[in-house]
Design a protein around this ligand. Structure first.
Ligand code: ADP
Length: 652
């Protein structure tokens, strides 16, 4: 099937031809046959790199009206926005932040790119533009199975379909075990394929040999006898070196940030920068690597930045959530431009942006939880492996899991190589999710009674998957608890949101966060006004479940305890009365970091003093801005004067 034969204006055909897209890939052709250009609902469950973006573009360009592209991550949203905005004559818009607006300015765009949380919050704030949508494309729809984010996605899609009953839904999924259930729910045709533009073989390394699933073996002998070295690391280094010397690039996945940086240190010894040939202006690999190092330094001269720059000069980068978002984006881009030979990453990179490589090495298949280690989900390992093989550049892709010995090989083989990815199951039945979405439905006026809440939930993935979706009991409990919390109130014939409940929903905070902020405000009322400071404001918002947790190491505990004691007059929690003392101490640590930040401490100082990464600081500042804004709006509703919320926010 040719692009020129599709119902597309000639300028689009030319635009795609310029990108090398003239003949459709088989899954794309299947999506066209399923009606993606005719306004029909389609679910496409296909591997990474099989051209899902083009399927999305077909739906959006042939739809009879404005389109919305929903994706999970902001970095991804930006990437897609740039792609759509480059389409001739298309006016694209992007919306990812500011949870308290209807984003009405987006109404004029042909294509809007947004995260599911942003769409949900825009609907809660009365966004009318959603009713005019002709087409909604949902990327990474398998995230329906993720706690927190999954329920938001399914409730948002159910609401969108109620508001715009004729809207076309195109959902793009990784290869999961039950895509037919997602298609059933969306009344969609299912396109399921394992086709990939570049062949991929997956194997396990043990005893000096990689055994691949296509029946071939590759000898990779490694001297692992030296007790000073880690055997799995040496195997990984050898696999990476082999791929790079062969003209490819490599991604190596390890379990933690520290391991990612340690592996990058080890790989520097391999002097890989001499082997990759960059895409860009220079064809001198060493010069390209030196340029990347310089760009890294310019993007942030922190200790982490310096370590990253030193690695990049040797063609090696590390990538994890502790890096600043600028550094992360830079590493991803430089790798795509072949100015880096290898990225050592934590598993988060696998779910993120597009960074294909010749060879993927999964050194660690387990990760730490609070109390021990757990195996990575099959879907996650498949997504890592799926990054192998770059179209037009690599003859094939290779993914290798590193096992210690033959027994380990058999285990990994069964667990990941031959196994199907997990099923996608709804998480809507979770109490927190039900409370959040019940409040939102009532606050936005979509439901005014328990029966109407249940009616709205009838359109969810959960209801479609459950033969007798008896949500009555749990929704009843959610409503009762929201009434107890003062967020809903009974009326003669049903329920309504209180002004507080309405504001909690609009500010896009969870009911639990709303309650914690109100408790804080009640305490503030009884405090000496001179004691109410920025620290008070920060302690309140950092103690809510919507703030990210900050790890508190044993060595720091005494210090933070002492800090809490000496600042007790400014805090809204009595030390001895905290329900979850450890959790609260962690909140105090976050509040202390942010307080020092507003007082002028540098990223560098905070990173050193509190053992966090620049990326951690960034995410906490961003959350604090949102939560302080929400707290300010809630203070007004409950009638407590707390100027510290907005003054602190202004100084972040
Ligand atoms: P994914 O399925 O992971 O979203 P993308 O849509 O990013 O994959 O596509 C991967 C690459 O394949 C892109 O570089 C894209 O330009 C290219 N591509 C997509 N469809 C075609 C096609 N029909 N012919 C040639 N190249 C294509």
């Amino acid at each position: 099937m040719r692009v020129a034969d599709l119902p597309l204006a000639p300028e689009y055909v030319d635009h795609f031809a310029a990108q090398g897209i003239e003949e459709l890939y088989p899954p794309q052709a299947a999506a066209v046959e399923a009606g993606v250009c005719d306004g029909d609902n389609v679910v496409a469950a296909v591997p990474t790199a099989s051209g899902k973006t083009f399927v999305a573009e077909l739906a959006l360009l042939t739809a009879d009206g404005p389109g919305l592209y929903v994706c999970p991550l902001r970095a991804l949203a930006r990437e897609k926005y740039e792609e759509f905005d480059a389409l001739p004559g298309v006016d694209a818009g992007i919306s990812t932040g500011d949870y308290d607006s209807a984003a009405s300015d987006l109404a004029s765009n042909d294509i809007v790119v947004a995260t599911s949380e942003k769409v949900d919050s825009a609907i809660r704030n009365g966004a009318e533009w959603v009713a005019d949508l002709a087409c909604v494309v949902v990327d990474e729809v398998h995230l329906l199975g993720a706690a927190g984010r999954g329920p938001t996605l399914e409730v948002t899609l159910a609401t969108l379909r109620r508001q715009a009953p004729d809207v076309q839904i195109v959902a793009l999924s990784a290869t999961v075990d039950n895509p037919e259930d997602i298609a059933d729910w969306l009344d969609a045709d299912l396109v399921e394929s394992t086709w990939r533009p570049v062949d991929l073989r997956v194997g396990v390394h043990a005893d000096d040999t990689v055994r691949f699933d296509d029946g071939t073996d590759l000898r990779v002998p490694v001297d692992t006898a030296d007790p000073e070295t880690n055997a799995d690391t040496e195997v990984t280094a050898e696999l990476v070196r082999g791929a790079v010397e062969d003209g490819g690039q490599a991604l190596a996945f390890v379990r933690s940030r520290r391991e990612a940086e340690a592996l990058a240190d080890r790989l520097r010894e391999e002097r890989l920068s001499n082997a990759v040939v960059p895409d860009g202006a220079t064809d001198d690999p060493a010069m390209a690597a030196a340029e990347v190092a310089e760009e890294v330094r310019e993007a942030g001269a922190t200790g982490t930045g310096e370590r990253l720059a030193e690695s990049a000069a040797w063609g090696v980068a590390f990538h994890h959530a502790g890096l600043s978002s600028d550094h992360r984006a830079l590493v991803e881009r430089a790798f795509r431009e072949r100015r880096l030979a290898v990225i050592c990453a934590t598993p988060t990179l696998a779910a993120g942006v597009n960074v294909p490589a010749r060879r993927v090495v999964v050194r660690d298949q387990q990760r730490y939880t609070g109390s021990g280690t757990e195996w990575l989900p099959v879907l996650e390992v498949h997504q890592m492996c799926g990054r192998a093989g770059r179209p037009h550049l690599d003859p094939y892709g290779e993914a290798v899991l590193v096992a210690g010995d033959d027994e380990g090989r058999e285990d990994l083989w069964e667990r990941y190589v031959t196994a199907d990815a997990e099923r996608v199951e709804s998480k809507l039945r979770d109490r927190g999710a039900l409370r959040t979405h019940t409040l939102a439905l009532v606050a936005t006026g979509f439901a005014g009674s328990q029966a109407e809440v249940l009616d709205a939930f009838a359109g969810t993935f959960y209801a479609s998957r459950t033969p007798n979706p008896d949500l009555g009991g749990v929704v009843g409990d959610a409503i009762a608890s929201l009434i107890d919390d003062g967020l809903l109130a009974p009326t003669d014939d049903g329920i309504e949101a209180t002004p507080l409940g309405e504001q909690v929903s609009r500010q896009y905070v969870t009911p639990e966060t709303g309650v914690r902020i109100v408790e804080g405000l009640r305490t503030v009322e009884a405090m000496d006004p001179d004691d109410v400071t920025e620290l008070t404001a920060l302690e309140i918002v950092c103690d809510t479940p919507d703030m990210v947790d900050t790890y508190l190491g044993n060595a720091e505990r005494a210090d933070i305890y002492q800090y809490a004691r000496s600042n007790a007059a400014h805090l809204t929690t009595e030390m001895m009365e905290a329900d979850d003392f450890e959790g609260w101490l962690e909140s105090v640590k976050t509040a202390r970091i942010l307080r020092e930040w507003v007082e002028g401490a540098s990223v560098e100082e905070l990173v050193d003093a509190y053992r966090i990464g620049p990326g951690d600081l960034e995410s906490r500042i961003e959350r604090a801005e949102w939560l302080l804004g929400a707290a300010d709006a809630l203070a007004e509703v409950v009638g407590v004067s707390m100027p510290a919320f907005s003054s602190t926010r202004a100084r972040l």
